[in-house]
Design a protein. Structure first.
Length: 559
């Protein structure tokens, strides 16, 4: 019984040792085998080699296709070089058949006759551009066929000779046409302007010098020069494209020039076609604006002629208001037409608009100020055409009120131009504004001593005014005692002029009559530099009024 118990204990002990050894061996294996695995997982991956850029296969000066895929260690550039060498060898040996494309297990082989040239793979396809393998292969086959034919033609002397003959013939024709254009320009540039001047002179009452001064002949001559230059350029362009297309090596350049010109013509034609609806819109805007501006013109002309009453519009402001309204209407029409102009949404058009606006804003600040002063002057009705005014130290008749300046004709027939900004900032005396209604009183003064009765002075001044031509009888001239000075009384006579623009001449005649009247009645006119009373009054007797070299008195002066 004891023996069986001991054996069972020994067996259990051996089993525990076996399990402990097994667990230790398993842990050691995990440590030995797991550390390298963990280390391999935690190590960062090496960066992939950079992708080689695509290369273009060019043969016979023509692009055939783009190769993008890298086959083993061969980059697209190396594939292109190998394909060019293979095509050169094929053409040198003489192609024995057409260019074909064969699909071999997803790879398309391009062959010339029975010899393979290069392959196109799925990696060569630009999927972002929407290409497919079949489309790329078909386009490459077509281009390669054209290039191979041209290479064969380039190695055929007879064809080259025929191309040279055609080029020489076209060149001679081109030179002849240039000579004809130059000859025609010399004839038309001399005869046509002279004939045009003669015809224009018939419509201008035979004033040939006026037509020549307008440089109509020079303008026509420049137009003829421009037409001649354009014709020569077009002929040169067609000659160059024709000659380049005769030879295989330069044919791609000639075709590109021709396609460029055709593409430009097509672009312009399509732009014109697409612009037709916008053109109709612009025409409608222009027609409506012209109709409205014509109505405004008729309305303001009627207001200027006082046939129509417009609130706040006077006859003298009708014309500038019409011009302002017309400018605003056409500016509004231009704003409406702007989005419909071709190229208005382009960056170049926008940049040009900003540049023009900047130049105008920087360079026209003074002009805008003068124009605003002109508007202020016009609508304030400070001066009108024909008014006799005094602006600063300039006195005369207004002959022009413009946007930038005002012109005045002085009594000495001087033409004085005053900027509107100066006119607005200077006090203006208008002698004509109330001349037709109330009349403008013009003063002149004399000083007479206290020993002369003032009633006599009033009568003398009134008599002198009555004798003066150009002075209105109604209202009658008035005399005022303006001031009491140290030794004399200052008298002012106010007269109303019939013609304000003759103000200087009328005042001169009035002062002459005052001297005659005072001398006639023996009244001395005092001067400011008075010292003492003279022994006899300082007067001129009547018998000495016309002392030589004064002319004899007229009938009017004798009365």
């Amino acid at each position: 019984m004891e023996t069986s118990t001991d054996n069972l204990f020994i067996s259990r002990k051996r089993a525990v040792r076996f399990l402990a050894g097994l667990l230790a061996g398993l842990a050691l294996s995990i440590i030995v085998l797991g550390v390298p695995a963990f280390a391999q997982v935690s190590t960062p991956a090496e960066p992939a080699p950079p992708q080689a850029p695509p290369a273009t296969l060019v043969f016979g000066n023509r692009p055939i296709t783009d190769l993008r895929a890298q086959v083993l260690t061969r980059t697209p550039a190396e594939r292109v070089a190998a394909a060019q060498s293979q095509l050169d060898a094929i053409v040198a040996a003489g192609p024995s058949g057409p260019v074909t494309a064969t699909n071999v297990e997803g790879v398309i082989v391009i062959s010339v006759g029975n010899r393979n040239a290069f392959v196109i793979m799925n990696g060569d396809v630009d999927e972002l551009a929407g290409e497919t393998l079949e489309q790329k292969a078909a386009l490459a086959t077509s281009r390669l066929q054209t290039a191979v034919n041209e290479e064969v033609e380039l190695r055929t002397p007879l064809r080259l000779v025929w191309a040279a003959v055609q080029s020489i013939a076209v060149t001679m024709l081109f030179v002849a046409l240039l000579w004809a254009i130059r000859r025609g320009y010399r004839v038309l540039a001399v005869r046509l302007p002279e004939g045009a001047e003669q015809k224009l002179s018939k419509f201008s009452s035979g004033d040939l010098e006026l037509i020549r001064a307008s440089k109509a002949g020079a303008i026509l001559q420049r137009f003829i020069s421009s037409v001649a230059v354009v014709l020569a350029f077009v002929l040169g362009y067609f000659w160059l494209t024709f000659v380049l297309r005769r030879f295989p090596y330069t044919r791609p350049l000639g075709e590109s020039l021709r396609e460029f010109l055709l593409a430009k013509f097509a672009t312009v034609g399509l732009a014109i076609v697409w612009w037709i609806p916008d053109l109709f819109t612009i025409i409608i805007i222009i027609v409506i604006t012209r109709f409205v501006s014509r109505l405004a013109y008729l309305l303001f002309v009627a207001a200027e002629q006082e046939r129509v009453k417009i609130p706040a519009i006077y006859p003298e402001t009708a014309q500038p208001t019409r011009r302002l309204v017309t400018i605003l209407l056409w500016m509004f029409a231009l704003v409406l037409c702007y989005p419909y102009l071709p190229g208005s949404d382009s960056d170049a058009f926008k940049g040009m608009s900003v540049f023009v606006g900047l130049i105008v804003s920087l360079g026209s600040s003074g002009i805008i100020g003068q124009m605003m002063s002109g508007l202020t002057l016009t609508f304030s009705r400070a001066v009108r055409l024909g008014d006799y005014v005094s602006i600063g130290d300039v006195e005369g008749t207004v002959i022009h009120v413009g946007s930038l300046s005002t012109k005045i004709k002085t009594p000495r027939s001087e033409d004085v131009t005053i900027p509107n900004a100066v006119v607005v900032s200077t006090p203006i005396t208008n002698y004509s504004r109330f001349a037709d209604v109330e009349g403008v009183l013009v003063p002149t003064t004399v000083t007479v001593g206290y020993d002369v009765p003032w009633r006599q002075i009033h009568a003398l001044l009134s008599l002198a005014a009555e004798r003066t031509p150009g002075v209105r009888r109604s209202p009658a001239p008035g005399v005022r005692q303006s001031d009491f000075q140290d030794f004399a009384v200052k008298y002012t006579v106010l007269v109303n002029l019939e013609q304000p623009h003759l103000r200087g001449a009328t005042l001169s005649a009035l002062r002459a009559n005052i001297q005659d009247v005072f001398n006639e009645f023996g009244v001395q006119i005092m001067v400011p530099a008075y010292e003492s009373d003279p022994g006899a009054p300082k007067i001129v007797p009547r018998e000495k009024w016309f002392t030589a070299p004064a002319p004899p008195p007229s009938a009017a002066e004798t009365r």
